[in-house]
Design a protein around this ligand. Sequence first.
Ligand code: CTP
Ligand code: CA
Length: 233
Amino acid sequence: ARPDALPRDLEGKRVVVSAGGTREPLDPVRFLGNRSSGKQGYALARVAAQRGAEVTLVAAHTAALPDPAGVHLVRVSTAEELQAAVTTAAEAADVVVMAAAVADFRPATRAEHKIKKKDDGSAPTVALTRNPDVLAGLVERRRPGQLMVGFAAETGDENGSVLDHARAKLKRKGVDLLVVNAVGEGRAFEVDENTGWLLSSDGLEQRIPMGSKSELATAVWDAVSELVRTGER
Ligand code: CTP
Ligand code: CA
């Protein structure tokens, strides 16, 4: 859709979107990372700006993507940097959308110098430590009326389907909306199309048809806009 054909229903709303994937350093040249491209987060930021929102986009390793127009861009690298940037921006925000792939673990120590091979042929063991859960921290600190949107990339397993895991995560995370992507076998990561479900804390479950990441972004903002509208009544 052309920007001038979009509703201006987010006019005056302050939104924060996180995008991309964090990198957790092992030494000056190596990191633990993930396959998130940032495309979905960028589409969310772009569509929100087109619908009138004041957008802060906190981006982790999205260098391949063009800066979206009319968006305040903050670049970060690690989960801890992302947490600091998102938490600060969230203080004044009406809506926070956590689309970034935040590393759950980081190397317990970051070597000051490049890790070298040893002559004895041995390999080092990397000890990991837990990263903070950014979204959990935001939900804990939320102001009345502030909306929280989480993302979940799930695969089904012996403990349940994609949707089973997602319903449990919606409750566990305490968010208003959870966007669920089925991942694995070329789905969701690094591709231009995305599909999934939109689960809301009031029990609504909406299937999002296969389409572009802009279309998914539109579905998310439609749902947010509806929650804002009903919350204001
Ligand atoms: N998230 C976060 N901080 C983390 C990990 C995840 O804020 N350290 C956010 C993600 O941005 C996403 C949501 O939490 O919006 C769900 O992420 P996900 O990885 O699906 O959930 P986890 O709670 O990390 O559970 P899992 O063990 O399934 O990875
Ligand atoms: Ca995780």
